[in-house]
Design a protein around this ligand. Structure first.
Ligand code: NAD
Length: 501
């Protein structure tokens, strides 16, 4: 019998008021139940938000370096449990073990990095236009933060949000994706064991429609940090705006890798293979378009197909596997339907294009790595986010043409260019409109200490990662301290020659 996992509300592990639960199954083998989780209700969310609101009164007063000490401890515990957590993650999410180790590592990196912010959280000072007056800006915490996350990075993405929220002095109600609650549980349990006080972090599992919706509309919630699809992000953004909440959105992508005629083609193929098929293509930064200069187009395609042919698809726990399953049946159907769309649009299917069946494949959501060539930049497979192992290759006449194709997207998260010409590299950095650009590296591979996010329908102007994430979870307060002992009027008394004492 699979273990039953509970919600965390006000420091207690509790069942949902609904009395209902749901099963979390392994996408590589649906006979395996990973755990039983709470199907939570609006009442559960209310209890969690109220607990977070109460806990905020004390947590915000704990000096930031002290809050950060708890996070340093949690980071160390993540290091010690990394292997177990990675295995749990592969079982519930499907990606291969080296990648889930990377996911836990990202949570470790983020925790150590942002815990350091506990001794920074910098504001600034600036001179006054009046004498005997001091002024500065400081950061203040906001209150209860609602954290809503997707399933593809089930520990890394929560850490990008929860850790900075806490170090900045906020309290948290966390709703993870329904498909990956075990990694959320593992992460929250570490925070509790490291010493995060009761009510400061609360975990409520369940659906977006019930748990997510109740959370984003709760009057005590001051800031919402969401990562997921642009469709849901748009809904949360407009709802949050109408309720005057601060909303940070990280959403979809349709990332392009450009391959110039002077590029190292071996390297470019390595990049397009890892970027396109790593995490089974289920990354917001996945390479889903490869734009290749026509002079090397044919050669690149031959090499790319040869490489992708060798990818082994299977259970992510098997060390021989390169590409795991898709997360669930609806994602499988979505990917298969896009393959049909690509064929009907007239793109040339070079490899893959079907569900894998037989043996272990019959009990999971496996699709063969798929490459379409001769794709027109305006085809749906070149415009819409597929979120699976499907790559569209598009020919281009020149650097300018390649950049124009890359920018022809409603998204704008990541991009990459392979070239040995420094001039071309810098032109691409200047002209591709995305939040991230790589040179001679794939579109995936962000590190925690640089700003992370995208333009257009990928984001709404915020940046996670780096020191910029602190802006999401704090408000600025400007402070003016007049020690002249008289009324000094800004903009009015500035021309007077004042005797400086
Ligand atoms: P999703 O939008 O379906 O769900 C994301 C989260 O929102 C889940 O926890 C879900 O339960 C919740 N949710 C759904 N409806 C809600 C509602 N009405 N109110 C509140 N919450 C609600 O996305 P997904 O399928 O879990 O993840 C895949 C998507 O995430 C892709 O589009 C991918 O590009 C995107 N993503 C973006 C980034 C990034 O940083 N830009 C990173 C990873 C994934």
């Amino acid at each position: 019998m699979a273990e039953v996992y509970k919600n965390l509300i006000d420091g207690q592990w509790v069942e949902s008021s609904s009395g209902e639960v749901y099963e979390n199954r392994n996408p590589a083998n649906w006979d395996e139940v990973i755990g039983i989780f709470q199907k939570s209700t609006r009442e559960d969310v209310e209890a969690a938000v109220e607990a977070a609101q109460r806990a905020y009164r004390k947590w915000r007063l704990l000096p930031a370096p002290k809050r950060a000490e708890i996070i340093f401890k949690a980071a160390q515990m993540l290091v010690e449990r990394k292997e177990d957590f990675a295995r749990d993650e592969t079982r519930e999410m499907g990606k291969i073990l080296p990648e889930t180790r990377g996911d836990v590592q990202e949570a470790i990196d983020m925790s150590f990095f942002i815990a350091g912010e506990g001794r920074r959280l910098y504001g600034f000072t600036t001179p006054s236009e009046l004498p005997l007056k001091f002024q500065m800006s400081i950061r203040i915490p906001m209150g209860v933060a609602a954290i809503i996350t997707p399933w593809n990075f089930p520990m890394a993405i929560p850490s990008w949000k929860i850790i900075p929220a806490l170090v900045a002095g906020n309290t948290v109600v966390f709703k993870p994706a329904t498909d990956t609650p075990l990694s959320a549980y593992n992460f929250v349990k570490v925070l509790v064991e490291a010493g995060v006080p009761a009510g400061v972090v609360n975990l409520v599992t369940g659906s977006g429609a019930v748990v997510g919706e109740s959370l984003i509309t709760h009057p005590y919630v001051k800031v919402i940090s969401f990562t997921g699809s642009s469709e849901v992000g748009k809904h949360i953004g407009s709802k949050g705006a109408s309720l005057f909440k601060k909303v940070s959105l990280e959403m979809g992508g349709k990332n392009a890798q450009i391959v110039m005629d002077d590029a190292n083609l071996e390297l470019a193929v390595d990049g397009a293979t890892w970027g396109g098929f790593g995490t089974t293509g289920q990354r917001c930064t996945a390479t889903s378009r490869v734009i290749v200069h026509k002079k090397v187009y044919k050669k690149f395609l031959d090499m790319y197909v040869e490489r992708v042919k060798k990818l082994r698809v299977g259970n992510g726990l098997d060390p021989n596997t390169d590409v795991g399953p898709l997360i669930n049946e609806s994602q499988l159907n979505k990917v298969l339907s896009y393959i049909e769309i690509g064929k009907s649009e007239g793109a040339k299917l070079l490899i893959g294009g079907h569900r894998l069946t037989g043996g272990e494949y019959d009990r999971g959501w496996f699709v063969a790595p798929t490459i379409f060539a001769d794709v027109d930049p305006n085809m749906r497979i070149a415009q819409e986010e597929i979120f699976g192992p499907v790559v569209s290759v598009i020919p281009a006449d020149s650097l300018e043409h390649a950049i124009e194709i890359a920018n022809n997207s409603k998204y704008g998260l990541s991009s990459s260019i392979y070239t040995n010409d420094i001039k071309k590299a810098f032109i691409a950095i200047r002209d591709i409109y995305t939040g991230i650009t790589y040179v001679n590296a794939p579109t995936i591979g962000a590190e925690v200490h640089l700003p992370f996010g995208g333009v257009n329908q990928t984001g709404n102007g915020h940046r996670e990662g780096g020191h910029t994430v602190i802006d999401i979870f704090t408000e600025w307060k400007s402070v003016y301290i007049d020690f002249s002992g008289r009324l000094q009027r800004a903009q009015i008394d500035t021309d007077e020659i004042v005797k400086v004492e």
